[in-house]
Write a protein that binds this ligand. Structure first.
Ligand SMILES: [Zn+2]
Ligand SMILES: [Zn+2]
Length: 259
């Protein structure tokens, strides 16, 4: 039995003191692989350093919508170089965050489009972040022909119709720990209807800690609570969820050789 945490941020300062122990605990909990996402320029080197220090960790690099305004003439040449590292398996997370709006919306839209093009040139699937920007996200995925690269809608928060459109474009839907929250009944109803063949599980560590650890720092070993909740909702064995979501993750990250 293996589980995969398809999305975490191990390079964030929250893990500075005990990264080794965090990765060890994940291993002991049956987490075979962790995909860690470097979201801004100052993190990318550290992301690669971690991925290259642990055989169970792979890397994803890109510019998060929060940092879209920081993209300049140097950004893409640097990324192009770093993305040649063989531990990099996807480009992201990219997209739109109209909840926090840490970059102006017009810049987020422009850089999202641009980064889809860049990911395609580099030959990577994309990891999409969409917070309170469902319509705009779908519009850009369509118009930029994101079906040509496919990828993952991470921390999915849209409705069933949106999930369907994304799946039709070749995207997987990644389920975070918030599925365990008491007020997530609507989200659970959506997940119940989604085919297991299109689902991944993730922690988004250090954020979105599932129950029973809500309020504490999240870490990859907790992805099992999310997988257990998916199993409960769908009334299938935990082992089945672990097996299928792991296969899905390895497929989208083009690591079928690890299956
Ligand atoms: Zn995100
Ligand atoms: Zn993230």
């Amino acid at each position: 039995m293996m589980l995969i945490d398809s999305h975490a941020h191990l390079e964030m300062p929250d893990f500075k003191k005990d990264l080794e122990a965090v990765i060890q605990r994940a291993k002991e909990s049956g987490i075979g692989y962790i995909f860690t996402v470097g979201t801004e320029k100052r993190d990318w080197k550290r992301t690669l350093e971690i991925a290259n220090s642990y055989s169970s960790v792979y890397a994803i690099l890109g510019v998060h919508p929060h940092h879209a305004k920081e993209i300049d003439g140097e950004t893409y040449p640097i990324l192009q170089k770093l993305c040649r590292d063989e531990k990099v398996k996807a480009y992201g997370e990219i997209g739109l965050d109209f909840y926090r709006n840490l970059s102006p919306r017009d810049i987020q839209l422009k850089r999202f489009r641009e980064q889809i093009g860049f990911a395609k040139e580099q030959g990577f699937p994309i990891v999409v972040h969409d917070r309170e920007a469902h319509q705009e996200t779908l519009e850009i995925l369509r118009s930029e022909k994101a079906s040509e690269c496919g990828g993952i809608i991470h921390c999915f928060s849209g409705d069933y119709e949106m999930a369907k459109v994304c799946m039709d474009m070749g995207f997987y839907i990644s389920i975070p720990g918030s599925i365990t929250f008491n007020n997530a009944e609507r989200f659970r109803e959506i997940v119940k209807k989604l085919p297991l063949d299109s689902l991944l599980v993730e922690t988004d560590s250090p954020f979105l800690t599932p129950i029973p650890f809500r309020g504490k720092r999240n870490e990859p070993s907790y992805v099992r609570y999310t997988a257990q909740k998916v199993a409960d909702i769908k009334k299938v064995p935990f082992e089945k969820v672990a097996e299928v979501t792991s296969e899905n993750a390895l497929r989208v990250y083009r690591l079928e050789s690890l299956l």
